[in-house]
Design a protein around this ligand. Structure first.
Ligand code: PLP
Length: 428
């Protein structure tokens, strides 16, 4: 019929509007990035038409010979990129990767120990509004108030007291490297499974710029769309295919290996048909991440974050922990007399996108917050370097000093558009 054959201009016009918003603005959301054209091409391909429940060679549908090749390549590239022996590329998102790991390793009611959301952790690490805090018994570690960094002795104390079945090392708003070896010592001392959720820094970790969790953590999860610069999705990895530490004994007397438990937890445990178009896009992104170009990109992301943190501190902004080791920073705005919510809103008017964020020991609600989070993965993909970071911090400071000055903010928006004008989304 006419309706079906007509191009849906309503939606395509909106997509174009969003493309312009992305092209014209400065994107500082730490969890966002711009994928390469070939990643997008795969994500928009005919593979979206295919059902492929199961795993390569063991599907519940016919016609899977091509997607089997694609998924196998995605798995092999993920393993090579992270030095892993096991990879499951099917999780639709980071949250579903974590849900699958919990499903494989825990029973409802078991205790988990995660990074407090209010200190920089993620919803899926035990927040009461998330499945992880409803199905399991959540306990938390956080950062020290004076240093803004993790105190491993304290984490050990909490683990001794709470006896978690699983410890989750990972965060959404923590600018420092993590000591996975120390986390493993803590986990071993209470016989807990150690999961590293490297969703944020996985690109830096893949290129050896930050500590490697693979040799120390039983299981590693990540999203594929943040620093890793792939399509939206999740990934589960293991450095060694160990037997389940809690010994799932099968009828035939064998111990079920963790790899089998994880595969079953993803499908059929948590998901139905895998998104083979997204898996193809993941395979392309892993291939790109294996290149030297990607190493240079990640090094620049880190350099840009360092330069940005330094510029903020020079203007008396309080960067939590006094700097950054990775791609992001969290800023406590309390000494600047503006809330995270108002800062986010004012910056948005200037075409600078960032997100409000709780800071450790915040006295504002999660809807208001005292902090704001900035990251450099997206602007680095667009080709910006250290000197641009100074310019951007100047622009942000101008906005935050006069958030009500509509005319002034309008002028800053012009400057933002000029800065981003001849920079395609994917330029590195
Ligand atoms: N884990 C961490 C540490 C994250 O930062 C995020 C996303 O922000 C996730 C998991 C969840 O990823 P997704 O949004 O794909 O479910």
């Amino acid at each position: 019929t006419e309706v079906l054959t007509q191009r849906d201009t309503t939606i395509f016009d909106l997509i174009e509007k969003e493309r312009e918003r992305q092209v014209q603005g400065i994107e500082l959301i730490a969890s966002e990035n711009f994928t390469s054209p070939q990643v997008m091409e795969a994500a928009g391909s005919v593979l979206t038409n295919k059902y492929a429940e199961g795993y390569p060679g063991k599907r519940y549908y016919g016609g899977c010979e091509v997607v089997d090749e694609i998924e196998t390549l995605a798995i092999e590239r993920a393993k090579e990129l992270f030095g892993a022996v096991y990879a499951n590329v099917q999780p639709h998102s980071g949250s579903q990767a974590n849900a699958s790991v919990y499903h494989a390793c825990l029973q409802p009611g078991d205790t988990i120990l995660g990074f407090d959301l209010a200190h920089g952790g993620h919803l899926t690490h035990g927040s009461p509004v998330n499945f992880s805090g409803k199905l399991y018994r959540p306990t938390f570690y956080g950062v020290d108030e004076e240093t803004g960094t993790l105190n491993y002795d304290k984490i050990q104390e909490i683990a001794d007291k709470e006896k978690p079945k699983m410890i989750i090392a990972g965060a959404s708003a923590y600018s420092r490297d993590m000591d996975f070896a120390r986390f493993r010592e803590i986990a071993d001392s209470v016989n807990a499974i150690l999961l590293a959720d490297i969703s944020h820094p996985s690109g830096l970790i893949a290129k050896g710029i930050l500590n490697d969790p693979i040799p120390h953590c039983h299981i590693v999860t990540t999203t594929t769309h943040k620093t890793l610069r792939g399509p939206r999705g999740g990934l589960i990895l293991m450095g060694e295919n160990f037997e389940n530490p809690f010994g799932i004994r099968l009828k035939n007397g064998n111990l079920r290996k963790m790899s089998g438990l994880l595969d079953l937890a993803v499908f059929p445990g948590n998901q139905g048909g895998p998104l083979e178009h997204i898996i193809a896009a993941k395979a392309i992104a892993f291939g790109e991440a294996l290149s030297d170009d990607f190493l240079h990109y990640m090094l620049q992301v880190k350099k840009n974050a360092e330069a940005m943190a330094k510029s903020f501190m020079a203007k008396n902004y309080k960067v939590i922990s006094g700097g950054t080791d990775n791609h992001m920073m969290l800023i406590d705005l309390r000494n600047k007399g503006i809330t995270g919510k108002d800062a986010e809103k004012a910056l948005e008017k200037a075409a600078i996108t960032a997100n409000k964020n709780m800071v450790p020991f915040d006295d504002q609600s999660p809807f208001i917050t005292s902090g704001i989070r900035f990251g450099t993965p997206a602007i680095t993909t667009r080709g910006l370097v250290e000197s641009d970071m100074e310019t951007i911090v100047d622009l942000i400071d101008e906005v935050l000093m006069s958030p009500e000055d509509e005319a002034g903010i309008s002028k800053i928006k012009e400057k933002v558009h000029t800065l981003m004008k001849h920079r395609p989304l994917f330029n590195s």
